[in-house]
Design a protein around this ligand. Structure first.
Ligand SMILES: [Zn+2]
Length: 93
C-alpha cells in the first residue's frame, strides 16, 4: 500500500475537496469518509480510499444528490449508502 499523504512542509496545510460542494478546504474543516467493505461508505479518519465532506447539511444534501463519481473514491456509491452516511453524522436534514 502506498502512503498518499506525506507532509512535505511542517506548516503546509493539506487541502481537500468537499464531495458535496466541490470546494477545496483545509482537511481540518472537513470530515473524512472511506469506502466500506460492503461497498458502502463509512466515516473513517484514516485508511482505505477516502473522500471528504463539510459537516454541513448543505454539503450533505449536495453529496446525496450528486450523480458523478465521488472524488477520491473513484467509485460510484449507491444513493442509499450516501443517505446512510450523512444520517450517521446527523446531517440528514
Ligand atoms: Zn462542502
Amino acid at each position: 500500500m502506498s502512503r498518499l499523504v506525506r507532509r512535505r512542509h511542517a506548516r503546509h496545510v493539506p487541502v481537500r475537496t468537499c464531495a458535496g460542494c466541490g470546494r477545496r478546504a483545509p482537511g481540518a474543516e472537513l470530515r473524512r469518509f472511506a469506502l466500506a467493505s460492503n461497498g458502502g461508505v463509512e466515516w473513517r479518519p484514516t485508511g482505505g480510499r477516502g473522500s471528504y465532506l463539510h459537516p454541513s447539511a448543505d454539503c450533505a444534501g449536495k453529496f446525496v444528490a450528486r450523480k458523478k463519481l465521488v472524488p477520491g473514491l473513484r467509485a460510484r456509491v449507491a444513493r442509499e449508502a450516501r443517505v446512510a452516511l450523512v444520517a450517521a453524522a446527523g446531517l440528514g436534514g
